[in-house]
Write a new protein. Structure first.
Length: 351
């Protein structure tokens, strides 16, 4: 079974990252403060921490109070968990002249509402109500609801990156697979292979009952059965052919939210996408590659060749045969991926 090729072109990470940070912060500093105009609170009743009606009502009331203490007297509340309606609600808020949009939900809710808010002067508040809340944690939003809501009243905006991915139907793919026509924004990551299969096999009930541990239970069932697939990976125009069981394209994230993160951190304001590849399936090969990715202190191929980590601003992934995909923890049909980064795209309120 082939390992990952050793030779691969790498970018100058420190220089590129600092340039992206400077580009993102310059316009933000110029618009750091503005009058508190209308605000909109978008609430997903599907988010695991607020699925109970009474709990959700309390969170909404406390969030509205925090927004008013911030100075937003006109606060609209929109409750929906449908992706199209989330984007419509965010767009309506912008058109209404909102200077703040707060989002109560998980990573998927933030993803679906983010599009109309990217590269605007609208401040974005996040009330982390999902299972992992990886994007909220990465950008400095407190993990507890009490602290996150309190931050909405007193926090300040800071620019953070947002990713964008096109799901592409490869030549000869089955015509019955319906892919989104438009690009999908993502805060945390998109990917194909093992992670997508794991997410697809993790039900809402499992996430409600076991929280983040539900994903590890699904992973334990799937990992021994996965075989490597032919993969073409292109990062900033540099192409390589290899085998993979998973390719993850990340803006930010942690292995265990709040507990375990890679030694080489994923910064949500570095203007870069971080590409993680596991080359081998099976319990031993998969775990060895995962541990090497967690412990690596530089980019490139791992010592055993079981894994690889790269960075860039544009990434294309082609896996044959085509594999299931995921975007911010939600399952999507089999596809190839084309991802890019939007440096400083969202103005997130944080302490």
């Amino acid at each position: 079974m082939a390992s990952i090729p050793v030779a691969y072109g790498l970018v100058d990470v420190p220089a590129q990252a600092e340039g992206a940070r400077a580009a993102a912060r310059a316009p933000m500093m110029a618009r750091m403060t503005h009058a508190a105009g209308p605000a909109t609170l978008i609430v997903s009743p599907l988010a695991s921490r607020i699925r109970d009606d009474a709990v959700r009502a309390r969170v909404v009331a406390r969030t509205v109070d925090a927004l008013r203490r911030r100075g937003h007297e006109d606060v609209r509340v929109v409750e929906t968990g449908t992706p199209g309606e989330l984007a419509t609600a965010a767009l309506a808020a912008v058109q209404h002249g909102a200077t703040m949009v707060a989002i109560a939900g998980g990573d998927g809710t933030v993803r679906d509402a983010a599009g109309p808010l990217i590269d605007t002067d609208v401040d974005v508040g996040i009330v982390p109500c999902g299972t992992g809340n990886l994007y909220a944690g990465a950008v400095g939003v407190p993990r507890t609801l009490d602290a996150a809501i309190a931050a909405l009243a007193t926090g300040r905006p800071r620019a953070y990156d947002i990713g964008r991915v096109h799901l592409i139907s490869p030549p000869g793919a089955p015509s019955d697979a319906t892919l989104p026509a438009a690009a999908i924004d993502f805060g945390v990551a998109c990917g194909t292979g093992f992670d997508a299969r794991m997410i697809a096999s993790t039900s809402r009930e499992m996430k409600r009952r076991y929280s983040v541990a539900a994903y590890f239970l699904a992973a334990a069932r799937l990992l021994p059965t996965l075989a490597p697939q032919a993969t073409v990976l292109e990062v900033d125009g540099v192409r390589t052919e290899l085998e993979s069981v998973v390719v993850l394209v990340a803006n930010c994230g942690e292995a265990l939210p709040g507990l375990l993160r890679p030694r080489l951190a994923l910064e949500p304001d570095d203007g870069l996408l971080h590409v993680f590849v596991l080359a081998r399936g099976g319990l031993v090969g998969g775990l060895r590659g995962a541990l090497e990715l967690l412990n690596a202190d530089s980019h490139g191929v791992s010592p055993s060749g079981h894994a690889m980590r790269l960075v860039g601003t544009e990434v294309r992934v082609e896996v044959t045969p085509v594999s299931p995909t995921q975007v911010d923890g939600d399952a999507f049909p089999p596809a190839w991926l084309e991802a890019s980064i939007r440096p400083g795209g969202l103005r997130i309120i944080r302490p």
